[in-house]
Write a protein that binds this ligand. Structure first.
Ligand SMILES: *[C@@H]1O[C@H](CO)[C@@H](O)[C@H](O)[C@H]1NC(C)=O
Ligand SMILES: *[C@@H]1O[C@H](CO)[C@@H](O)[C@H](O)[C@H]1NC(C)=O
Length: 389
C-alpha cells in the first residue's frame, strides 16, 4: 500500500530538469525556440521520525504557475491561466490525489526509512513533467534525488536506479517495480495528463512566457580579496527571459577570471545576476562589463569600470560639500541656541500669571532638541558614511 501511494503520486508531481546552462555567453536564443516544459517539484525534508517539511510547486519553463498549500491541502493557481482548460471536476480530482499522495508519501518514507537505510536528517527531491516542442509532446521525465544526488528515475515503464546511486537505490527500485498498477498510473500522468495540460496553456500564458524585458546593469566594488586587490561587481537585473550572457571584458578580450553567481528571481518574475572579477587595483582601468540579452536586439549593454570610478569621485565631492554645509549648520545651530538661552531668559511674565519657569523650560527644550538633532543624528551619520567611502 505504501509503495502504491508512493508511486501513484510521484507521477503527478513532476519535477524537472535543469535547462541547458543559461549562462553561456553565446548569442542568446529566443525563448520561443526552446521546448515548453511543465514540471512539478517536490522537496521533502525529513528531520527525524516525527518532523517533515514538504514543499511542492508547478513550473512552466522558469515561471512558477502552481503552489501547494500544505495546511489546506490545496493547489494554489498563481496565474490567471494556471488551470489550462482542465475542468473544475478534473482539478478537484487532481487535488484530492495530491492530498492523498503527500500524506502517503511522507508516511511511507518514514515507515521505510530504516529498511531503505535513509539516515536522518535527509532530503528527497522529485522532479517530474513533460516537454513539448512544435506543438508535439516530445518527452516526459520523473527523477528522484536523495540528499541532493540523483537516486532513481522512471524510464519507459519502470523504475531505474541512477548510475552510481548504489545498492540502496537498487533496493528501492526493485520494490517499486513490483507494483504494476502504480507504474501504469505514473505513466498515464506523465504521458497523458501532463502533455494534455501543457497543450491547453492558453495564448495569455505563452505571451507571458515569451515576454521580453530589458535588463538594467550597473557596476560596484565588492568585498576585496586582500590588499592591492579590487573586486569588480557587475549587477544585471530586471530581465526576462532568464537566458543572459554577462562578461567582464578588456577590448575584445573576455576576462577568464569572471565569476558568475546564480540567476536569482526578482519578485516580479524577472531575473537578477551578479558577475564578479577579482583584479589587481592597478589593472581595473579599461575593463568593462558586457551584457547580452535577447531583449536588447544585438545592442549589448556596456558599462565601463572607469565610469564607476568617476561616479565615485563625483559622489565623494557631493558628500564633502554636504558635510561642509552641515558643519556650517552646526555652528549656526550653536549660535541659535545661545540666543535661545538669552531669549528664554527674557521671556516676559505672561499677564495671566502662567509659570515663568515653564516658558523658559520649553524654550530651552526646543533649542537643545534642534541642536542634538543636527549634531548627533544628521552630522554623525554623514561623517560615518564619509569615513566608509
Ligand atoms: C525533530 O526535528 C524538529 C526540527 O528540527 C525538532 O524541533 C524536534 O524537536 C525533533 N523531534 C525529535 C523527537 O527529535
Ligand atoms: C483542452 O485543450 C486541448 C489541447 O488544445 C484540446 O485537445 C482539448 O480538447 C481541450 N479540452 C477542452 C475540454 O476544451
Amino acid at each position: 500500500m505504501l509503495l502504491v501511494l508512493l508511486l501513484l503520486f510521484q507521477g503527478l508531481l513532476c519535477p524537472g530538469e535543469r535547462t541547458a546552462d543559461p549562462q553561456a555567453l553565446g548569442p542568446p536564443h529566443l525563448a520561443a525556440e526552446e521546448p515548453l516544459t511543465f514540471r512539478l517539484l517536490q522537496i521533502s525534508s525529513f528531520a527525524n521520525h516525527s518532523w517533515v517539511q514538504n514543499q511542492a510547486s508547478g513550473w512552466l519553463g522558469e515561471l512558477q504557475t502552481h503552489g501547494w498549500d500544505s495546511v489546506l491541502g490545496a493547489i494554489r493557481f498563481l496565474r490567471p491561466w494556471s488551470q489550462g482548460n482542465f475542468s473544475k471536476e478534473e482539478l478537484k480530482n487532481l487535488q484530492a490525489l495530491f492530498q492523498l499522495y503527500f500524506h502517503g508519501f511522507i508516511h511511507e518514507v518514514q515507515a521505510f526509512a530504516s529498511q531503505f537505510q535513509f539516515e536522518y536528517p535527509f532530503e528527497l527531491q522529485i522532479s517530474s513533467g513533460c516537454r513539448m516542442s512544435d506543438g508535439e509532446a516530445s518527452e516526459s521525465f520523473l527523477k528522484g534525488a536523495y540528499q541532493g544526488t540523483d537516486f532513481l528515475s522512471f524510464q519507459g515503464n519502470s523504475w531505474q536506479p541512477s548510475p552510481g546511486a548504489g545498492s540502496r537505490a537498487q533496493n528501492v527500485c526493485r520494490v517499486l517495480n513490483r507494483y504494476r498498477d502504480i507504474k501504469e498510473i505514473v505513466q498515464g500522468l506523465l504521458s497523458g495528463t501532463c502533455p494534455r495540460f501543457l497543450a491547453s496553456i492558453p495564448e495569455a500564458g505563452k505571451a507571458e512566457l515569451e515576454r521580453q524585458v530589458k535588463p538594467e546593469a550597473w557596476v560596484s566594488k565588492g568585498p576585496t580579496r586582500g590588499p592591492g586587490r579590487l573586486m569588480l561587481v557587475c549587477h544585471v537585473s530586471g530581465f526576462h527571459p532568464k537566458t543572459v550572457g554577462v562578461m567582464w571584458m578588456r577590448g575584445e578580450q573576455m576576462q577568464l577570471g569572471t565569476r558568475q553567481g546564480d540567476v536569482l528571481p526578482n519578485a516580479d518574475g524577472t531575473w537578477y545576476l551578479q558577475v564578479t572579477l577579482d583584479v589587481a587595483t592597478g589593472e581595473a582601468a579599461g575593463l568593462y562589463c558586457r551584457v547580452k540579452h535577447s531583449s536588447l536586439g544585438g545592442h549589448d549593454i556596456i558599462i565601463h569600470w572607469d565610469g564607476y570610478s568617476r561616479l565615485l569621485i563625483l559622489i565623494g565631492l557631493t558628500v564633502t560639500v554636504i558635510l561642509v554645509m552641515l558643519i556650517v549648520l552646526e555652528f549656526w545651530f550653536k549660535k541659535q541656541s545661545s540666543s535661545c538661552n538669552s531669549l528664554s531668559r527674557h521671556v516676559p511674565d505672561p499677564a495671566i500669571g502662567a509659570n515663568t519657569q515653564d516658558a523658559r523650560g520649553s524654550g530651552h527644550q526646543l533649542c537643545s532638541a534642534l541642536e542634538s538633532w543636527a549634531k548627533y543624528r544628521f552630522l554623525k551619520k554623514w561623517k560615518t558614511r564619509l569615513s566608509q567611502l
